[in-house]
Design a protein around this ligand. Sequence first.
Ligand code: AMP
Length: 115
Amino acid sequence: MSTDCLFCKIVVGEVPGDVVVESDRSLAFRDIDPQAPTHVLVVPRDHHRNLAAVAVDDPAAATDLLQTVAKVAEQEGLAEDGYRVVANTGEHGQQSVDHVHLHVIGGRQLQWPPG
Ligand code: AMP
């Protein structure tokens, strides 16, 4: 755990999270500022700064992250109509929390391209 990391604190329950799916390696909880009817964040329980880091350092955790995205989509009723998975990365990607997280966004027609 990284002591000053918001998502590490949600993983251990120090900060409340509206959890929708859990696995041994991952946690999925609702975004506090939803951009669509369904907006869930999926994070590995262990701290990795971005998708590249978790893929290289712990491939099993990266796989579990994607399997948890699939569970969220099923459980939230997004799988049939579709949804978007976003990993904002670094400064240009406007990543604001330095603990890798996949945004699962759906429940309405989404537009492309993003800004
Ligand atoms: P990003 O900007 O891609 O790093 O995404 C960070 C996301 O975390 C944003 O969509 C925020 O709304 C969300 N967020 C910030 N604080 C919390 C919190 N306490 N619980 C749930 N989501 C949060």
